[in-house]
Write a protein that binds this ligand. Structure first.
Ligand code: NAI
Length: 425
């Protein structure tokens, strides 16, 4: 049985202090979570609820867990990726009253799933996932808990994809909100968050410049758009690969080169996958790449770059830098993989994940969604649900208020006009 992180660290006190500092820094820049924390502390909406979480355990996520606990919940949390946990933050979180953290960086598959089970042992009444691992484990191995689960919330595109597939198969037995799909999350977190943090993480890990590089972005969805735009803003030439005709056209009209990966493979200096799909960069692409290319993945799972094929092709492989594994081909070319092909903005040794302000929005939505489940959970049947627009707007208004931004409202006449069909030419 996995023990909480504090029982496994050699110097837990020092870790807690360092983690707490990181959390305090994040909290200073999270006005939405701060406002919700005050509400939750006063009203204790989560009294009696047990919230199970599987998320990237770093400072911003820790603030979300902390405000849920401040609202009366018992929170148990672990990671949603073996490389994205900050152990010091995990230890600081474990010291928060009402929170138990099992997350640890660098765990193997068995330890990763043992920690998921440790969270489920708390018999959660609400699940908060990033990638759907908790929902999957509960449905597969602990179906007896489903009756007492009010509902769940899912953070990312890949998790929502998996949930919708499960729902279509008639296999999803409790309601889950698609937090990822709200404007307040997706248009900021996926676009700006992934763009900024992926590029920052790659630059810091490699100490290389973007200027003059050809950056191949696989997938021109929300994340891909952010990565392409920010790379272009750093003076890189951007090439986009796509499988969806309208997205390919959108990239073309934005002024990017759009190419099949087979052609892009020969041109790129840096490759960043953002598809949420598998086998996006495979053997035939590796064979055409130039010496020294960087290969990074920003999609949820580590299946976008075929590392098995790369390993098979390589005559030698070694750690070129912390967080960079070089694969040397028979002809001498070196292909460099960052963060073992896992989420590059979260899994390199120096990765910090998205900027704090962006996660304040995403986690503001998570928090109000958990509140909605507690207040109105009975109104939602098993299946995937869109987050009600009123909740998304509530979070946007808190943020605008915190930023001191005033905006207009509709007059009565305008509201009536917008709702009517009678007014024509
Ligand atoms: P999206 O659905 O908006 O975009 C994905 C795009 O990839 C689509 O346009 C699709 O047509 C394209 N695509 C699919 N297969 C492809 C292939 N073989 N080659 C080229 N293009 C292909 O999804 P979104 O929101 O951009 O998310 C993408 C991935 O990033 C997901 O796995 C999601 O969970 C993850 N994500 C990662 C974050 C991070 O912090 N790194 C943050 C948010 C999401």
């Amino acid at each position: 049985m996995t023990a909480p992180i504090s029982e496994r660290l050699e110097d837990a006190d020092a870790a807690r202090e360092s983690g707490r500092r990181k959390m305090d820094w994040a909290a200073q820049h999270m006005p939405i979570c701060d406002a919700l924390a005050s509400e939750f502390e006063a009203e204790q909406p989560f009294e009696g609820e047990r919230i199970g979480m599987a998320m990237h355990v770093e400072a911003k996520t820790a603030i979300l867990a902390e405000i849920l606990a401040a609202g009366g919940a018992e929170v148990a949390i672990t990671g949603c990726n073996p490389l994205s946990t900050h152990d010091d933050v995990s230890a600081a979180l474990d010291a928060v009253s009402g929170v138990t953290s099992y997350a640890e960086r660098g765990v193997d598959d068995d330890e990763y799933y043992a920690a998921i089970e440790a969270v489920i042992d708390h018999e959660p009444t609400i699940t908060v996932d990033d990638g759907m691992d908790l929902v999957a484990a509960i449905h597969e191995d602990y179906p007896e808990l489903i009756d007492t689960i009010v509902g769940g919330a899912e953070e990312t595109t890949t998790g929502v994809h998996r949930l919708r597939a499960m729902d279509e198969d008639g296999q999803l037995d409790y309601p889950v909100f698609a937090v990822n799909d709200t404007p307040m999350k997706r248009l900021f977190d996926n676009v700006h968050g992934t763009g900024e943090s992926s590029l920052a993480s790659i630059a810091m890990t490699t100490n290389l410049s973007w200027a003059g590089k050809t950056v191949v972005v696989a997938g021109y969805g929300h994340c891909g758009k952010g990565v392409a735009k920010k790379a272009s803003g750093q003076n890189a030439d951007v090439v986009v690969t796509e499988v969806e005709p309208r997205r390919a056209l959108e990239a073309h009209m934005e002024g990017y080169d759009v190419l099949p990966m087979l052609e892009a493979a020969a041109e790129g200096d840096v490759f960043i996958t953002t598809t949420g799909n598998r086998d996006v960069i495979v053997e035939e692409h590796f064979e055409r790449m130039q010496d020294g290319v960087l290969l990074a993945n920003a999609g949820h799972f580590d299946v976008e770059i075929d590392l098995d094929a790369l390993s098979d092709l390589a005559v030698d492989s070694y750690e070129a830098r912390d967080g960079v594994q070089a694969y040397e081909m028979a002809d001498g070319r070196r292909l460099n993989v960052l963060a073992e092909g896992r989420l590059v903005n979260l899994a390199t040794p120096i990765a910090l994940g998205h900027p704090v302000e962006v996660m304040d929005q995403s986690f503001g939505i998570q928090a109000v969604v958990v509140r909605e489940l507690v207040e109105n959970g009975d109104a939602y049947e098993a299946g995937v649900h869109d987050v009600p627009d009123r909740l998304d707007k509530e979070v946007a208004e808190i943020k605008l208020d915190a930023e001191g931004v005033e905006f207009d409202g509709l007059t009565e006449t305008q509201a009536e006009y917008m709702d009517s069909w009678q007014h024509g030419t």
